[in-house]
Design a protein around this ligand. Sequence first.
Ligand SMILES: NC(=O)c1ccc[n+]([C@@H]2O[C@H](COP(=O)([O-])OP(=O)(O)OC[C@H]3O[C@@H](n4cnc5c(N)ncnc54)[C@H](OP(=O)(O)O)[C@@H]3O)[C@@H](O)[C@H]2O)c1
Length: 169
Amino acid sequence: MKALVCIDLDRAIGFEGGLLFRLPEDLAFYKRSTLGKTVVMGRNTLLSMPRSKPLPGRNNLVLSASMEERDEELKGGFRFAVRNTPERALEYLRENGLFGEAVLSGGEAVYRRFLDECDELVVTQVMARAENADAHFPEFRDSFHIVKELGPYFADGLMYYRRTYRKNG
Ligand SMILES: NC(=O)c1ccc[n+]([C@@H]2O[C@H](COP(=O)([O-])OP(=O)(O)OC[C@H]3O[C@@H](n4cnc5c(N)ncnc54)[C@H](OP(=O)(O)O)[C@@H]3O)[C@@H](O)[C@H]2O)c1
């Protein structure tokens, strides 16, 4: 499993249920990187998606203790599954042969719970500090090392890099 995330200099990722920065290229990169695969997200991140709907063209696995568990078909033969515990979510991925291609897609609670399962992180690093933030990506630099850096990119008055990290050891 790998994680994709966009962070600021303090590892901030969100505020009041939304993203911190408007980076169309980064959203396009996320789409390109996840189409045909399996995205794993928490209920709050699902609610932040357009019309609070699962993303099309991908399997969507949502972690939520409050939603009823389900495994429904989406257009194109993709699945929309909900699992009530992290253990059941991991079991779902493994049983369906989806673990290796799964892309951890946030938010904070889900990144924190599943970071240990990731062997790769693709981090869009914005070289700025968001004015307001209430969600953060966990500390990862002790257990991951950088293997690739692209950029700088410029958008919305911001500079950012895209860095790939691999798990140590
Ligand atoms: N910058 C980025 O790349 C990026 C990416 C994604 C999201 N975000 C941002 O992150 C923020 C959302 O983060 P968040 O932490 O509030 O929400 P989240 O991780 O998306 O979802 C949290 C929900 O997931 C479920 N959950 C989490 N841990 C669980 C567990 N151990 N067992 C069962 N269910 C569990 C719970 O749902 P129930 O309450 O239903 O039990 C919990 O309320 C937003 O601002 C969003 O925009 C940023």
